[in-house]
Design a binder for this molecule. Structure first.
Ligand code: ADP
Length: 265
C-alpha cells in the first residue's frame, strides 16, 4: 500500500531518489484508479437519466403520444430526468473547476446569520412539504472571513441533505458560535443517521450510503465532496458526527473576522 512504499527509505542510500520514485509510482497507480473509478461513475450516472429520457421519448413517438392516460406521465418523467441530468452536469462542472483551482475565492466578512437564513430559504419548501421544523439559532455578531457565495453553497448543501435524510415530522437545527478563535456552525438533524463505517467515506465523490435510495431522493452524490472542497479553499474544515436512526450533525469551521482573540462563546 501507499504507506508501506513511503517507508522503504534505506534503499535510497545506495540509489539516490529510489524511495521517492517508488512512492510516486504507487501514488500514480492510486490516482489512476481514482480517475478510472470516477470516469466509470460519471458514465453510469449520466447514462441512467439519458436512457430513461430516450426510452420514454421513443415510446411516445411509437404511439403513446395519443394515449391520454400514459402520455402526461411519460412527459413528466422526461422532465424530471432532464432536470436530474442538468443538476449532475452543474455539480460536475463545479467540482472540476474546484479541483482545477479555477475558482477565485473572496476573503470578506460574512455575517453567518444572514448566510444561514438565505440558505434555509432554499430548502424551506421541501421541509414544509415534509412537515419538518427548521430552527435557526445563529448569534447576529458571528462573522466569518470567507467567500459569501461559497459559504451559502456549503450551508445549502448541508441543509438540503439534512431535510432529505430526515423523515417527515423531524427537525433540523442550525447553531453557531465562536470556538477556539474560529466560527463554528452546526447543522443538526433528527434523521436516519450514518453508520460509523461510512462516516469517513461520505465526502468522496459519488459515495452514497444507500445508492438506490439516495438516487431516488434526487441527489447527485457530489454534494458533500463539493462542500469539502469549498471549505478547504477557505481554510476551513467540515466534520460529521452521527448516530444511526438518531440523526447527524455536520459541523463547519471557518476563520473568524474577529480574529483568534474572539475565543469567547
Ligand atoms: P447525495 O446527493 O447522495 O445526497 P452527498 O455527497 O450530499 O450526496 O452525500 C453523500 C451521502 O452521505 C448521501 O448519499 C447519504 O448517504 C449520506 N448523507 C449525507 N448527509 C446526510 C444526513 N444529513 N443524514 C444521513 N445521511 C447523510
Amino acid at each position: 500500500s501507499r504507506t508501506l512504499a513511503v517507508r522503504v527509505t534505506p534503499v535510497g542510500r545506495d540509489l539516490p531518489g529510489s524511495a521517492a520514485v517508488f512512492h510516486d509510482v504507487t501514488e500514480l497507480r492510486r490516482l489512476e484508479k481514482v480517475r478510472k473509478d470516477f470516469v466509470a461513475n460519471v458514465s453510469h450516472e449520466l447514462r441512467t437519466p439519458i436512457t430513461a429520457i430516450r426510452g420514454y421519448a421513443e415510446t411516445l413517438q411509437g404511439g403513446a403520444l395519443n394515449d391520454a392516460q400514459v402520455a402526461p406521465r411519460m412527459v413528466e418523467i422526461i422532465h424530471r430526468q432532464s432536470e436530474r441530468l442538468s443538476e449532475l452536469v452543474e455539480d460536475l462542472l463545479e467540482l472540476s473547476r474546484l479541483e482545477a483551482r479555477e475558482m477565485t475565492f473572496q476573503r470578506t466578512e460574512v455575517p453567518l446569520a444572514l448566510a444561514v437564513s438565505r440558505a434555509a430559504e432554499g430548502v424551506r419548501p421541501k421541509a414544509e412539504g415534509k412537515n419538518q421544523q427548521i430552527g435557526l439559532h445563529i448569534p447576529p455578531q458571528l462573522v466569518a472571513l470567507g467567500d459569501g457565495r461559497a459559504i451559502e453553497q456549503v450551508l445549502l448543501n448541508l441543509l438540503d441533505n439534512a431535510v432529505k435524510y430526515t423523515p417527515a415530522g423531524g427537525r433540523v437545527d442550525v447553531d453557531g458560535a465562536y470556538e477556539g478563535g474560529r466560527c463554528v456552525v452546526r447543522v443538526r438533524d433528527t434523521g436516519v443517521g450514518i453508520e460509523p463505517k461510512h462516516l469517513s467515506r461520505i465526502f468522496e465523490r459519488f459515495y452514497r450510503v444507500d445508492k438506490g435510495r439516495s438516487r431516488d431522493m434526487g441527489g447527485t452524490g457530489l454534494g458533500l465532496s463539493i462542500v469539502k472542497h469549498l471549505m478547504g479553499a477557505m481554510d476551513g474544515e467540515v466534520k460529521v458526527e452521527s448516530q444511526p436512526n438518531a440523526g447527524s450533525t455536520f459541523v463547519i469551521f471557518l476563520p473568524s473576522a474577529a480574529g483568534p482573540t474572539a475565543a469567547t462563546g
